[in-house]
Design a protein around this ligand. Structure first.
Ligand code: FEO
Ligand code: CA
Ligand code: CA
Length: 613
C-alpha cells in the first residue's frame, strides 16, 4: 500500500464526525445505497435519468424571479430589456442551495448563482456592437437569484410572487467588509472610501453558513475588464487581467477600463455573503477570506465551534485555501443567530495548502509579518495580503494545483474532497512539473483529491491526503485513470461536488464543449452527474445532460426526495462554424429551433422515494 494511502487511512481511524451545514439526515439506516440503474454515457441532446426517475425543468434563463409587480415574461427573441433582466432568471446557473421555510422539505428558498453570459444569445443582435443598454442587460444577467418554490401534486412550482424573491446582479450595491475594506487598493473614483461596490458577477460555486446565509463566489471576474491599450502590472497579470475582455463593458462603462480605473478589479474575486431570508439586506464581500478566482466556500465547524471555510482557486496551477474564524459560531439559523454571526467572517486566519509527497499536508497561514510575507516582499498590510492572496501563497510555498473547483466534506468521515478539474499545461515545457498531488503531465481528465484533518478537527494545521479518483477513460492508452472500484463508471473533468446528508457524493462534470464526444473523451458522453458511495468506492452515472452543457450546482431537499441540478450553457458548442448552438434545450427539440437556456432541473423518483437509492 502506498504511503499516502496508509497515512490517509490511519488518520481516518481518529477522525471525528464533522457535520455538513444546512441539511439534516434523512436517509434511513440500512437502505440500499446506489440502488438505481446507471445510465449509459450518451451524446443524446436531452436530460437522461435512470428508469423510475423523472426530471422537471424549473426557472430557465429569463423566467420571472417573482418580485411582486415586476414579473415580465421571457421573450424568446431575447428582446427583454435590461430592466426586465434585472427581475428575471440570469444566465448560466451554477452553484445553488435549498433553504427550507418553516422547517419543511416541501417549501423553501432556492438560491442560485448566474455565472456568466452568452452575449450571442442574450441580445437580439448578438454580441457586437456593445452598447450601454446591452452592457446593463448583461450585468443584470449575472449574480444570484433567490426564488421561493413549493412542492405541489403536479411537481415543484415557483411561488409567484414571493416576498423573498430577489435578484442580486452586477449593479446591486454591496458592502465591502473585513481587513481589505477601505484599503487604498480598494478605493476608486466612484467609491473614494473603498467600502462599497456596484455588484457581483462571475458567480460560480457557493457555500452556506450554519446560520443560513448563502456564500456566492466570484470566479472569472477578470474577463470583464479591458482597455484600448493594456499594459497590466504583474499583480494584475497574476489574476488573469490584461489578456483581453470576453465582454467589452469597458467600451461603454468606464469603471471596467483597467487603464483608467486599475483598482476596480481589486473589488472582485471575493466571497459574498447574502441573507436570502431578508430581501432588504445588503450583500457583503468578505475580504478576510482572500481574493482569488473564487470557486466554492464550503463551511464546516471546528471542534471548538469556530467556522472553517474551504475554498478553491480555479486557474491552472493555483491553490486550495482554508479560512478559520477567530470567533465561535453562535448555533442556530434563525434571525437571532444570523444577527449574532453577522461579522463572524471578518476576523480569522486564511491558510493555503501544501501537499507533501509522503501523503501529509500542511496549512500555511497567510499573515502579514509572518513567513516572509511583509513589506520587504511587497505587502504593506494584511489588506494587501488578502487582495493578492495568490502572491502571498507563493511566498509560503503552497502547492500549485490542477485547477481546484468544488470542495465537499463527507458528513460521515469528515474527509474533505476537492475536484481538480484538469490542467493540460501540467508538466509541459516551461510549466510546473508533476508532483505527488498532481501526478499526471498534460492532465486532460482531472480527478478528485481528498484529505482528513489531523485529529478530525478542521482547525488543525496538518492533514493526510490521497486521491479518491484519477478521472478519465481507462480504455484510452496512457490515460492514467484510476478509480476506487473496478466497476466504477468513467468520467472526465470533475467540477461540482456535493455530499448529501446520508454521505453519498454527487460528482458533476465539465468537459469543455470542444472536447465532448471526441478523441480521449469519445466514450464519456455529454457532461453528466455521477453518484459515489465513498464507503464502497462504487460510482454510478446518474444523469447525463443535453449537448454542449456542463452539469453544475447540486442540492437535495432535507428528506432527500428531490434533487436540484443545474444545466448550464446547453448548446454551447458551435463547432459547425455557423454560430448556431448545438442544442435548443429545453424549449426546442432540434438545434436552431429555440434559444437554448440554462435551467434548474429537479429530479424525483416516480414513487416519491429517496433519490440515489
Ligand atoms: Fe465556474 Fe471553475 O467553474
Ligand atoms: Ca465550476
Ligand atoms: Ca469548470
Amino acid at each position: 500500500m502506498p504511503l499516502a494511502r496508509r497515512q490517509f487511512l490511519r488518520s481516518a481511524a481518529t477522525v471525528a464526525v464533522v457535520a455538513l451545514m444546512g441539511e439534516t439526515r434523512a436517509r434511513p439506516a440500512g437502505a440500499d445505497r446506489l440502488g438505481f440503474s446507471a445510465v449509459p454515457a450518451t451524446l443524446r441532446d436531452a436530460v437522461t435519468v435512470p428508469p423510475g426517475y423523472e426530471a422537471q425543468v424549473l426557472y430557465p434563463w429569463g423566467s420571472p424571479t417573482g418580485i411582486a409587480g415586476a414579473m415580465p415574461a421571457f421573450a424568446p427573441d431575447a428582446s427583454n430589456s435590461a430592466a426586465d433582466q434585472a427581475v428575471q432568471a440570469g444566465m448560466h446557473h451554477d452553484g445553488m442551495h435549498f433553504l427550507p421555510l418553516d422547517g419543511s422539505a416541501d417549501r423553501g428558498l432556492l438560491v442560485m448563482n448566474h455565472e456568466y453570459t452568452d452575449e450571442q444569445l442574450l441580445h437580439p443582435d448578438g454580441a457586437r456592437p456593445m452598447t450601454a443598454d446591452k452592457a446593463q442587460k448583461s450585468l443584470h444577467a449575472m449574480g444570484v437569484s433567490v426564488i421561493e418554490i413549493a412542492l405541489t401534486p403536479a411537481g415543484w412550482r415557483q411561488v409567484l410572487p414571493s416576498r423573498f424573491a430577489r435578484r442580486i446582479h452586477g449593479q446591486t450595491p454591496i458592502r465591502i467588509a473585513g481587513p481589505a475594506s477601505g484599503s487604498p487598493l480598494m478605493r476608486t473614483a466612484g467609491d473614494p472610501a473603498g467600502e462599497r461596490v456596484a455588484g457581483t458577477f462571475a458567480n460560480c460555486a457557493m457555500g452556506v453558513t450554519p446560520w443560513g446565509t448563502y456564500l456566492t463566489c466570484e470566479e472569472n471576474f477578470h474577463v470583464y475588464f479591458g482597455a484600448p491599450k493594456i499594459s497590466p502590472t504583474p499583480a494584475q497579470r497574476r489574476y488573469g487581467l490584461g489578456a483581453g475582455a470576453w465582454v467589452d463593458y469597458w467600451r461603454v462603462d468606464e469603471r471596467f477600463d483597467i487603464a483608467k480605473h486599475p483598482n476596480e478589479s481589486n473589488r472582485f474575486g471575493w466571497v459574498v455573503e447574502i441573507d436570502p431570508f431578508d430581501p432588504a439586506s445588503m450583500p457583503v464581500k468578505r475580504t478576510a477570506l482572500g481574493r482569488k478566482h473564487q470557486e466554492s466556500a464550503t463551511c464546516t465547524l471546528t471542534r471548538d465551534g469556530r467556522l472553517a471555510i474551504y475554498m478553491g482557486d480555479d486557474s491552472n496551477f493555483e491553490y486550495v485555501y482554508k479560512f478559520v474564524s477567530r470567533d465561535k459560531v453562535r448555533p442556530g439559523n434563525d434571525a437571532a443567530a444570523r444577527a449574532a454571526n453577522r461579522d463572524l467572517l471578518d476576523e480569522g486566519t486564511l491558510h493555503v495548502a501544501r501537499f507533501d509527497a509522503d501523503g501529509r499536508g500542511q496549512w500555511l497561514a497567510l499573515r502579514h509579518g509572518h513567513g516572509g510575507i511583509d513589506a520587504a516582499s511587497g505587502f504593506a498590510s494584511q489588506a494587501e495580503v488578502l487582495i493578492h492572496a495568490r502572491q502571498a501563497a507563493d511566498i509560503v510555498g503552497a502547492t500549485r494545483m490542477d485547477r481546484p473547483e468544488w470542495i465537499a466534506v463527507d458528513p460521515a468521515s469528515g474527509a474533505v474532497h476537492v475536484a481538480l478539474t484538469h490542467n493540460s499545461l501540467r508538466g509541459q515545457p516551461g510549466m510546473p512539473p508533476v508532483d505527488a498531488a498532481n501526478p499526471r503531465a498534460g492532465n486532460i481528465f482531472g480527478g478528485i483529491l481528498r484529505w482528513r484533518e489531523d485529529a478530525g478537527d478542521a482547525a488543525s494545521n496538518g492533514f493526510a491526503w490521497d486521491h479518491f479518483v484519477l478521472a478519465g477513460d481507462p480504455a484510452v492508452p496512457g490515460s492514467g485513470a484510476r478509480y476506487p472500484n473496478a466497476e466504477a463508471d468513467a468520467f472526465g473533468c470533475p467540477d461540482g461536488l456535493h455530499f448529501d446528508s446520508a454521505g453519498l457524493l454527487w460528482i458533476q462534470t465539465d468537459m469543455s464543449g470542444s472536447a465532448i464526444g471526441k478523441g480521449p473523451m469519445a466514450a464519456l458522453g455529454n457532461n453528466q452527474m455521477l453518484c459515489a458511495d465513498p464507503a464502497s468506492g462504487r460510482i454510478k452515472r446518474f444523469l447525463v445532460g443535453p449537448s454542449g452543457c456542463e452539469i453544475t450546482g447540486c442540492v437535495l431537499t432535507p428528506d432527500c426526495r428531490s434533487l436540484f441540478v443545474n444545466i448550464q450553457h446547453p448548446g454551447e458548442t458551435r463547432a459547425d462554424g455557423s454560430g448556431s448552438p448545438n442544442s435548443a434545450w429545453p424549449d426546442g427539440t432540434l438545434p436552431g429551433s429555440a434559444r437554448p437556456r440554462s435551467a434548474t432541473v429537479v429530479v424525483r423518483r416516480r414513487d416519491g422515494g429517496i433519490v440515489g437509492t
